[in-house]
Design a protein around this ligand. Structure first.
Ligand code: MTE
Ligand code: MOS
Length: 812
């Protein structure tokens, strides 16, 4: 084990401690950005002027009526921007636009003494527009060839030859929905200006450095005049990786122009109608299998619904393409990506960052093709798992594929899957109106930012004269438990009990040039940096202790707050050691830095080894579906997930449970709808409140929910042998969707491919059942253009059931 991965004896990491703010969260004492306004004098409240057109040119803007509203102090418009009028990094997101690009786009902001006055002021602003044609749906944009950004492609082998050699060739189409983040805390920023004109922005942001940079460029100031602090977020889920910047810039601009603190906090409906969501995708695919059901070739074109601007769509698309293989070996692959421009909010990062979308493609293909191949879907999946020595279509060797097999066996075993499958078959045979389904699906998710440069982090650790320790790092806390893990890492490295270490809020003037807390890499990167800082202090203290104890510095160990020579009883307690070090003028603070080694990625050819390692997991779900309504419930879920050697087991289990439920929400409940008609509301988000957007709640939790961490899984080359956990578990939820597909199929004859919409809402499941009952199956899986070598093979969708069964039998 490397020094980075190795754990000392009796470490603080690996102990099941509660989230560092758990008590504050549940008692309501935890401070979020907006709570600060009650502690701040003379705050101005900002309200957007949202224009109700999907696409329009702004022809006139009259703010004077707003200024007559009592309490209104100022209206911010493009003319006020001293720097660059842009809220993004691609320079395609004007902060104060003269073209409305989606229904509800804000063209200016009203500042007032109260939120109500600001709202009335915003109502009074007169905006003249000339409506323009719009593309609201992804299909409309594709038909109009409305695209933006790069069109990357991953190529391996010869797809046409692979398809020509395949025994079974299928093709199809799949369109699936995005997802609203629905973090409990909506977007929020509070900006101050001090006596020297320095800007201090408190923001609910996953990316304080980029928020700082955008505020600076909007104001036309250098970065050192802007400080961004994030206390904590009430959830981010990727929605606060890029989207907070513009709101922070509005607050900062208002504060510089009025000299008063300015608060921007979106109401829930503003947040839903103005901020970006997960990308929905459209996919065209062709796939070839050999006679044993092994994947031979995949040709797929993935079109992401980017919304009105690029935002993070290019890296999201790259991650989607890098995850279309999921856990499966694809000898020949051609994976093409495009980003459509639609007149909707700009799609952005969301837990998994395109990975879930790429993986959903192959899971959907396997789920749809299994009946046509006459192979049990779970067996089809297992048969295609990566084996040792194989690499991904983008050329990265797949390390530890045996973990997939180990996880799979463990879920089959602990979930008693074979026995329960027999019970389900018996249940289904005896229940014409209710059917059950049981599915098992794997996850392989690459950890690191694709863009190599982002894989760096910093930390600052202070030991005060009284022996207390204060740490700062570049990562933000959004509920995922990063701060808890960083406290455990610091305590472990310094050899102190956990309670001796305190953590201060994330600020750009403490740790500069940070990456977003994203890509699940927060603990890997910042943990490396915290450890590095603590090691420097520990080395210096070891020298001091060596002299005091009369031993060699290399033989000093600090554990439980006592420094001792190896094997010796006598020791120096931490506080005495620190005091002695201070009087010897030994530096008691240190900056730490970490960069992930061994990564390379060439985005121009989409080849390389962009990921430090893969996180693995396997999940099984059992569902029960009502044949009259399509309503369903999740009876049981069994998960075994690989977090390496866990830094904090309670946190990790929470992340797995939460990620799974959020994934199940995306795939089965959460249904974003826009008005796609030609009327005045064209482009309006219809689901703009919790009353119309169904989130998972207690009633949708699996009735039995078993989550286990893989054991003996220490990961070499990562802080204390751990693995990232934030995003991968979301994709464990594929098993719920596949179980629903199988339950729907059970209403009809065997061997029929079942198409299931995503989200698989009860309504969607109902229609899948109807198709199954009619034996009609899947309308899109059909014989591909490529003629397979065996005559007749590949047109299984059209074949009678008897032949399907015969085919399965002949292979057994
Ligand atoms: N967990 C909670 N409770 N709240 C969140 O907002 N965000 C997720 C995940 N888990 C999130 C969460 C996302 S999108 C990411 S990338 C990771 O946490 C980020 O944190 P990490 O890098 O520290 O895992
Ligand atoms: Mo997470 S989508 O990488 O913020």
């Amino acid at each position: 084990m490397s020094a980075l991965s190795e754990r000392p004896e009796n470490p603080s990491v690996g102990v099941a401690v509660p989230h560092e703010s758990a008590k504050l969260h549940v008692t309501g004492a935890a401070l979020y950005t907006d709570d600060l306004i009650h502690r701040t004098k003379d705050v101005l409240h900002a309200h957007p002027v949202q224009v109700p057109y999907a696409h329009a040119r702004v022809t006139a803007l009259d703010v004077t009526p707003a200024l007559r509203v009592p309490g209104v102090v100022r209206v911010l418009t493009a003319a006020d921007v001293p720097g660059v009028n842009d809220a993004g990094v691609k320079h395609d997101e004007p902060l104060f636009p003269d073209e409305v690009m989606f229904f509800g786009h804000a063209v200016c902001w009203v500042l007032a003494d109260t939120f109500e006055a600001a709202r009335l002021g915003a109502d009074a602003v007169e905006v003249g527009v000339e409506p323009l044609p719009s593309h609201v749906t992804l299909r409309e944009a594709i038909a109009a060839e409305s695209f933006q950004g790069a069109t990357p492609q991953i190529l391996r082998g010869d797809v046409e030859a692979g398809l020509a050699d395949a025994v079974h060739v299928f093709s199809g189409e799949f369109e699936f929905a995005g997802q609203e983040h629905f973090y409990l805390e909506t977007h929020c920023s509070l900006a101050h200006v001090d006596e020297a004109g320095q800007i201090f922005v408190q923001s609910s942001t996953q990316h304080p450095t980029e928020t700082q940079e955008i505020v600076a460029h909007v104001l036309g100031r250098p970065s050192h005049e802007v400080t961004v602090q994030c206390l904590r977020m009430g959830g981010g889920f990727g929605g606060k990786e890029m989207q907070p910047h513009g709101f922070a810039a509005v607050a900062a601009l208002g504060a510089t122009l009025t000299g008063r603190p300015v608060r921007v906090r979106l109401t829930r409906t503003q947040d839903l109608t103005m901020s970006g969501k997960r990308h929905g995708f459209h996919v065209d695919w062709r796939v070839g299998f050999d006679d044993a059901g092994r994947l031979q070739a995949l040709d797929a074109t993935l079109t992401a619904d980017g919304g009105w601007s690029l935002d993070l769509s290019e890296p999201v698309l790259a991650r989607a393409l890098c995850h279309t293989d999921n856990a499966y070996w694809l000898p020949h692959a051609r994976l093409t990506g495009r980003i459509a421009r639609t007149h909707k909010t700009s799609s952005t990062a969301f837990r998994g960052f395109g990975g879930p979308q790429g993986m959903l493609v192959i899971e959907d293909i396997l789920g749809r093709c299994a009946p046509l191949l006459g192979i049990d879907p779970a067996e089809l999946r297992r048969r295609n798992f990566y084996q040792a020595g194989q690499s991904t279509p983008y050329g990265q060797p797949v390390r530890h594929p045996e973990r997939l097999h180990r996880l799979w066996e463990q879920v089959l075993d602990s979930g008693a899957i074979p026995a329960r499958q027999r019970e389900i078959d018996a249940f289904n045979a005896g229940h014409p109106y209710t059917k059950r389904g049981l599915a098992v699906t794997p996850v392989k998710f690459g950890i690191s930012f694709n863009l190599t440069a982002f894989n760096q982090a910093g930390a600052l650790v202070h030991v005060y004269k009284d022996g207390s320790v204060l740490i700062n790092h570049g990562g933000t806390e959004m509920g995922q438990g990063l701060h808890t893990k960083m406290l455990q890492v610091a305590a472990t490295t310094l050899g102190l009990p956990l309670e001796r270490v305190r953590l201060a809020p994330t600020r750009t003037d403490k740790v500069p040039n940070t990456s977003a807390t994203a890509a699940s890499s927060g603990a890997d990167l910042n943990g490396g940096a915290v450890k590095h800082a603590c090691e420097q202090i520990r080395e210096r203290l070891a020298q001091v202790a060596a002299t005091m104890l009369g031993v060699n510095a290399a033989d000093v160990r600090i554990a439980d707050g006592i420094a001792r020579g190896i094997g010796a009883d006598a020791g120096v307690v931490w506080n005495d050691l620190v005091r002695a070090a201070y009087f010897q003028r030994v530096q008691l603070f240190a900056a730490g830095f970490y960069r992930t080694e061994g990564l390379h990625w060439d985005s121009s050819v989409m080849q390389g080894s962009p990921f430090k390692y893969f996180a693995y997991g396997v999940a099984a779900a059992e569902v029960e579906v009502d044949g009259f309504t399509g309503a369903y419930r999740t009876r049981r879920v069994d998960i075994v997930h690989d977090v390496g050697d866990s830094l904090s087991p309670l946190i990790d289990i929470g992340q797995i449970e939460g990620g799974f439920v959020q994934g199940a929400g995306w795939l089965t409940l959460e249904d974003l709808r826009w008005d796609t008609g030609d009327g005045a509301a064209r482009g309006r988000l219809s689901t703009q409140a919790a009353s119309t957007y169904k989130l998972p709640s207690f009633s949708e939790m699996p009735e039995v929910f078993n989550v286990t961490l893989l054991t003996d899984a220490a990961e070499e080359g990562v802080v204390y042998g751990s693995k990232a956990v934030g995003e991968p578990p979301l994709m464990l939820a594929f098993c719920v969707r596949e179980a629903l597909r199988q339950a729907a199929a059970a209403f009809g004859p065997a061997g029929v491919s079942i198409e299931l919409a995503s989200p698989a809402t009860p309504e969607a499941v109902f229609w899948a059942i109807e198709r199954a009952r009619a034996g009609a199956g899947d309308s899109t899986v059909a014989e591909a253009d490529v003629a397979p070598p065996q005559p007749g093979a590949g047109s299984h969708a059209m074949r009678p059931e008897s032949e399907q069964v015969g085919q399965a039998v002949s292979r057994a």
